[in-house]
Design a protein around this ligand. Sequence first.
Ligand SMILES: Nc1nc2c(c(=O)[nH]1)N[C@H]1C(S)=C(S)[C@@H](COP(=O)(O)OP(=O)(O)OC[C@H]3O[C@@H](n4cnc5c(N)ncnc54)[C@H](O)[C@@H]3O)O[C@H]1N2
Ligand code: MOO
Ligand SMILES: [Mg+2]
Length: 420
Amino acid sequence: MVERRKPIPINKAVEMVMNYRLKGQKEIISIHESDHRRLAEPIIAKNNVPSFDKSPYDGFALRSIDTDKASTNNPMEFEVVEHIGAGQVPTKTLGKGQATRIMTGAKIPDGADCIAMFEICKSYERNNNPFMSIKRKMNKDQNIIKEGSEVLEGKVLIEEGTIINPGVKALLATFGYNQVEVAKKPIVGIIATGTELLEVDEDLKPGKIRNSNAYMIASQINKAGGISKYYGKLADEFDTSYEAMKKALDEVDILITTGGVSVGDFDLMPAIYEKLKAEVLFNKVAMRPGSVTTVAVIEDKILFGLSGNPSACYVGFELFTRPIIQHYLYNKKPYLKRIKAILADGFPKPNPFTRFVRSYITYDNASVYVHLAGMDKSNVVTSLANSTCLMVLPGGTRGFKAGDEVEALLLDDMYGQSDF
Ligand SMILES: Nc1nc2c(c(=O)[nH]1)N[C@H]1C(S)=C(S)[C@@H](COP(=O)(O)OP(=O)(O)OC[C@H]3O[C@@H](n4cnc5c(N)ncnc54)[C@H](O)[C@@H]3O)O[C@H]1N2
Ligand code: MOO
Ligand SMILES: [Mg+2]
């Protein structure tokens, strides 16, 4: 009599896995190599921004008080005492009737309290000396970017766990983070099991299929921020599979296997877990696809037994393995971002289990629509390529029709959310 497994709720399964979450190590890397990595330290403003009062325009620095009587009929004349560009430090303190010719980004000279743009000034020379005049009254602090007006020294700008995007990288450079502390990438091992499997460079033979899961999972690991380590494909043979898993477990932070987790005669994972003395957290989840997803722990290592069926394998990774990797990488929002969307196509078939339907999102007139990406079967591979989200259709007795509001988990969002 075949073993009857009791499915556990998805939330419970996610919670059980996350009880074994580990924060990874930190490492210090050059800013040049930091794209897409996750910060293992906060970014703190190490100085005021700007760190000096500066000009936002090319023009003249003046004392506003000297323009009080300026008008169209009464231009005020100023002697231009200095000429500075960005990066130069003014040396002259402005006195009554004096101006400094100043460029965008340059430090405001002492004595000046406003900037008049070139466009409202007239420049000329008299006896080979530069002068300017203005026909408008200027106000104190007009057109001056004040020291610290953007950020004050000491402010925490970016929290640890944030992904380094181009804007974060600009901040690293702004505050002199030549080296930055990031989360070390976890090494995630992959073993594909199945006597039917061929490698990608092999010709098809009767009864055989190419191993697509290992390549798909490697790509999911990379996308999630881990380092994948492929241990090859194994025939459904107990001793070699056991030895390969034992060896891999010594070398990786997380181990993923695909196939062999169900109740078939050649599904060896349950017996291998037993021999490895791994504690099985669950081996059946109330969901489709991926109901056979099995998670086990052995000391501080976590072992994901993902389904052999490609769509089930894919979903199992995104729901259970990805959050573990995200937590390892210090991401405080380790779960897939969940949004509400309008179902564009009907899904009339009811299902007792919650379905994670491979789908994609479109936007139209301020509304978000979710469309089926292809055939919705756990054994299909073709719908995955078009998927940008997993539509969540709760289990029950009814189907869903176009126009219904549903939830969707975004697959390409790098930021995530803090709860499942
Ligand atoms: N009597 C029952 N049979 C099955 C049950 C069940 O509850 N009772 N569950 C079904 C469900 S649901 C799924 S999902 C599959 C899970 O099977 P396994 O995880 O044990 O995987 P395999 O049996 O090894 O293979 C299943 C399927 O996937 C193909 N496969 C395997 N590896 C790969 C790979 N690396 N790349 C591409 N495709 C792969 C394999 O050829 C099989 O077709 O079990 C159901 N059965
Ligand atoms: O684990 Mo199976 O996909 O539920 O189809
Ligand atoms: Mg099987």
